[in-house]
Write a protein that binds this ligand. Structure first.
Ligand SMILES: [Zn+2]
Length: 121
């Protein structure tokens, strides 16, 4: 397999819109006691509503979206984000392979120590 750095970056540049997080389809009851969504035998909750859940600076941020252009952009964005992560992973593997061209990665260091070292930065 030949590694084309330029091609991968070109693919990355096309990934727009970009959205992190995930979309959740929801069906919910409303506040009206006599509505069909509260039927004892066959409750029919309203929906679908879409909840977009993502993390910003360690905090979970929820956003409710109605079916429409906005929802479709978020859906596309999340799909693009996944592609981006795949491509970035590929790039990283290739680049790390180049970095270690002369030798081999040290396997002596445990994961625990590695984590500690990262936190100290
Ligand atoms: Zn209802």
């Amino acid at each position: 397999m030949t590694f084309s750095r330029a091609r991968t970056w070109q693919q990355l540049m096309k990934l727009s819109p970009l959205c992190s997080g995930s979309l959740h389809e929801q069906y919910l009851p409303c506040g009206k006691a006599k509505c069909c969504c509260h039927d004892k035998d066959e409750p029919k909750p309203h929906g679908p509503y879409y909840l977009w859940v993502r993390r910003i600076g360690g905090k979970q941020v929820n956003r409710t979206l109605k079916p429409g252009a906005e929802l479709e952009r978020v859906r596309q964005g999340i799909s693009n984000y996944r592609k981006m992560q795949e491509l970035m992973g590929e790039l990283l593997t290739q680049e790390e392979g180049l970095v270690l061209e002369g030798g081999r990665a040290s396997v002596g260091e445990s994961k625990k120590n590695f984590k500690k070292r990262l936190q100290r930065r």
